[in-house]
Design a protein around this ligand. Structure first.
Ligand code: FE2
Length: 305
């Protein structure tokens, strides 16, 4: 792990393979379970509960020690980013870092804001929503992470997500369920900020903590994650109809080929089926259409501009 404290970036070896990167593009989220040591999880909860005195490694420009201390019990306890133990074990956790490095490229920019999502349980589910200021598109310029410092089983109301809902606006009935990101203490949920989600309903009695923050891309995309010899982008799993064109576009963008991406539609690539008796048409086409991410076209395809 290489940490550049002046630019607030880190670099390390990527840990995701071609199939895992494609899976992230398809689902819009990825869970890394139980990788932060218990002692650090406990320390985080103590910090959030105001039981652990702050010990900032430095005071950022424009701040005073008093202002840093006042952040500790606020809804944006970004002062955690000034604690060495938190940076080392949570923010730059080695297993999280390898996945972020795979998806965001070299020299990943570190978070500057931490949001606290603490809730007294039991509590009803939140309404389904896409977070404010989302941008739908093939670009992956940042990733949002949830950190669960406690065991967060279904009864504690983990965040519920709708797989593949990071592509365009989705309306969902409050009675319809999604996938609960239940995880053990010390887990991370890496996700596209655009994904449809809500706080799940909880039935146990307690206080559920969850922290949310973003990591940033600082370099142009290129395919430099782990190459899988048997992976063939011509034949990958890009997901179902109406979804696969966007997933393939996002994967191409991550490979540094987003501008060249063209589709011809129908049964052509990236639609796939195991009963296909020959290679798909349309892979690598120089002509065709691009997915209409922001919904201007009537058929979901936009002409290249
Ligand atoms: Fe939200």
């Amino acid at each position: 792990m290489k940490y550049d404290s002046s630019n607030r970036t880190f670099d390390c070896a990527p840990t995701l393979t071609d199939s895992q990167v494609l899976e992230f593009c398809r689902l819009g989220y990825l869970i890394i379970d139980g990788v932060v040591p218990d002692e650090v999880n406990q320390r985080t909860c103590d910090y959030l509960n105001g039981k652990l005195p702050s010990n900032p490694s430095y005071i950022p420009a424009g701040f005073t020690r008093e202002r840093v201390d006042a952040m500790q019990t606020s809804n944006e306890p970004s002062s955690l980013l000034l604690e060495d133990w938190f940076n080392e074990n949570v923010i730059m956790n080695s297993q999280l870092a390898g996945a972020l490095r795979s998806l965001l490229g070299r020299d990943v920019g570190l978070p500057v804001i931490v949001s606290r999502h603490s809730v007294e349980t039991p509590s009803p589910a939140q309404g389904w929503h896409h977070d404010a200021d989302r941008v739908f598109g093939p670009e992956l310029r940042y990733l949002e992470v949830f950190y669960y410092p406690q065991d967060t089983p279904d009864e504690m109301g983990p965040t519920e997500v709708v797989p593949s809902s990071h592509i365009f606006r989705v309306n969902r009935d409050e009675n319809d369920s999604g996938v609960l990101t239940a995880a053990s203490a010390g887990s991370f949920v890496i996700h596209s900020q655009s994904i449809l989600h809500r706080r799940g309903s909880s039935t146990s009695k307690g206080l559920r903590h969850m922290l949310k923050y973003d990591y940033w891309r600082t370099v142009l995309p290129e395919k430099d994650w782990i190459t899988e010899p048997e992976f063939d982008p011509h034949d990958g799993d890009y997901g179902p109809h109406e979804i696969n064109r966007y997933v393939a576009h996002m994967f191409s963008w991550l490979c540094g080929k987003g501008d060249e991406f063209r589709l011809i539609g129908g049964q052509a690539w990236p639609w796939n089926h195991p009963n296909k008796i020959g290679p798909s048409y349309g892979f690598g086409s120089k002509e065709g259409y691009v997915p209409d991410w922001r919904g201007e076209g009537h058929d979901g395809y936009a002409h290249p501009r």
